[in-house]
Write a protein that binds this ligand. Structure first.
Ligand code: S2G
Ligand code: ZN
Length: 463
């Protein structure tokens, strides 16, 4: 915890009114989208410049006070939760787009730039920022970099990591590092930029990021295909990937569709209902591509992999089809879901999902299990909904047992216990299912180099 004198000193490092200690602010800024940990920071500080961030880190080192970085607070692994009296460093006031480099097709952003803000800025320049996911309207670039955010376009464009041309970070000692200097080619030793991407603020805080942009896709077109079972989805992926350059390949179960249609604001994709649905997207650059998509659809129907389907004919219909997938997370949050965000190599997905589904449904037949995710890149979201009658604590305790079985299966398939949401605190105790003891030891050694006093988001990724 901090003392009143330390808080008074902290106030001198930033502009007036940029240190909050009232209960509402502590509650609001001390959490993210997870519900397992009660937020309990001692103060919230809002720097506006890199120099102020450096001064805050030096102050924290001097007093051995833990700092937790906070962006859009949309995280799903409690990486931005301050549950132990830490000082939260919010980047809400470092939210400017600093520069656009037309020839490099890069945008220099402060960490508090909202993902959607960058996407719209790119559109204004006739370009495209291709990392997208349900929370892009409130997540911030600094947090996206901290968790190496993925989302729905990874199959074509990769993760946030692929789009960072350069980073300015303040390390755990308050030192400012300029990493990679926005160069495309730079073979001068270790690429330290990559270390900070996905480090969840445990090595240092991003104070500026140069993000790369892509050419804008043309005439994006989506299809939603109803499949008779889960095993049919991968042959559908393989068939379409063989013919089209997909920009997305997602899936969701009929239980998910049930919840979405229950909202009353999203139309069903077609009349019939099927156990699973694939949502794929591609650029219909010309008539031939669209015809190729339809021919592939017919082939999948002949093979029995697809029972029904629809292809978007307008921007509105494209958006409506995407709502079926993008609204799932927000819609099911009402049922306090226990979330897993797991991944394996694409070829192992069918066997992997069958193993997990068998063990969960055998042991918890009364649990409402929802499957959805970015199956085109091997990332599945397993969400178990809390039964109304079951207390949250009892529910999470039961799910922790399931977690162990799920992660033993992840380990069996050499998968990841956290594909895109990060480790934070929710997955910290399961890290060994995906990382070896040697790797964890090296990660801790690297942490000690950049954050010798252990003040940068301590307790995240590892205890
Ligand atoms: C998704 C969003 C968070 C979640 O919808 O792809 O990454 O797991 C998720 O609900
Ligand atoms: Zn996801």
């Amino acid at each position: 915890m901090t003392t009143p004198a330390q808080i008074e000193e902290l106030k001198t490092l930033v502009e007036p009114g940029k240190v909050l200690t009232d209960a509402d602010s502590l509650e609001t800024y001390g959490k993210d989208w997870t519900k397992q940990y009660a937020p309990a920071p001692s103060a919230i500080v809002f720097p506006k410049t890199t120099e102020q961030v450096q001064a805050i880190v030096r102050w924290a080192n001097q007093h051995k006070i833990a700092l937790v970085p906070s962006g859009g607070r949309t995280g799903l692994s409690a990486a931005a939760v301050a549950a132990n009296g830490e000082v939260v460093v919010s980047f809400d006031y470092m939210n400017r787009i600093v520069e656009f480099n037309e020839y490099d097709r890069t945008v220099v952003c402060q960490p508090g730039v909202v993902t959607k803000q960058l996407q719209l800025f790119a559109e204004e320049k006739g370009l495209y920022y291709p990392v997208d996911f349900a929370s892009s309207g409130s997540s911030q670039i600094g947090g996206n970099i901290g968790t190496n955010a993925g989302g729905i376009k990874v199959i074509r464009y990769g993760m946030t990591r692929n789009w960072v041309a350069g980073l300015k970070v303040v390390t755990g000692t308050g030192e400012l590092l300029e990493l990679n200097r926005d160069l495309i080619k730079n073979a001068t030793g270790y690429d330290l930029r990559q270390l900070f991407i996905g480090a969840e603020g445990t090595l240092g805080f991003v104070v500026e990021a140069t993000m790369r942009l892509e050419r804008a896709p043309k005439n994006l077109t989506a299809m939603v295909l109803g499949t008779p079972d889960f095993d049919s989805i991968m042959p559908v992926l393989h068939a379409f990937q063989g013919k089209l350059d997909l920009t997305a390949f997602e899936f969701f179960s009929d239980r998910c569709l049930e919840k979405i249609l229950g909202r009353g604001d999203v139309p069903a994709p077609f009349e019939s209902r099927t156990p699973f649905y694939a949502l794929l997207e591609f650029e219909a650059l010309n008539e031939d591509v669209a015809n190729e998509a339809l021919a592939t659809f017919e082939h999948c129907v002949e093979q029995g992999w697809v029972l029904d389907g629809v292809m978007s004919q307008s921007q509105q219909q494209l958006e409506n089809l995407w709502k079926l997938r993008e609204y799932i997370s927000e819609t099911i949050s009402h049922w306090t879901p226990y979330k897993n965000d797991i991944s394996v190599t694409v070829g192992q997905v069918p066997a992997f999902l069958k193993d997990i589904d068998d063990i969960v449904s055998a042991n918890y037949p009364d649990f409402d299990v929802l499957w959805y995710g970015h199956i085109g890149d091997g990332n599945l979201h397993l969400n178990i909904l809390k039964p109304e009658a079951l207390a949250k604590e009892d529910f999470f305790a039961k799910c922790a047992v399931v977690n162990k079985w799920v992660f033993e299966i992840v380990e069996k398939y050499n998968g990841s216990i956290s594909a895109e949401h990060g480790v934070g605190m929710t997955k910290r105790d399961y890290l060994q299912y995906s990382r070896s003891a040697a790797e964890i030891a090296y990660m801790k050694a690297i942490k000690a180099v950049f954050d010798p006093n252990g003040i940068m988001n301590p307790g995240k990724i590892f205890a």
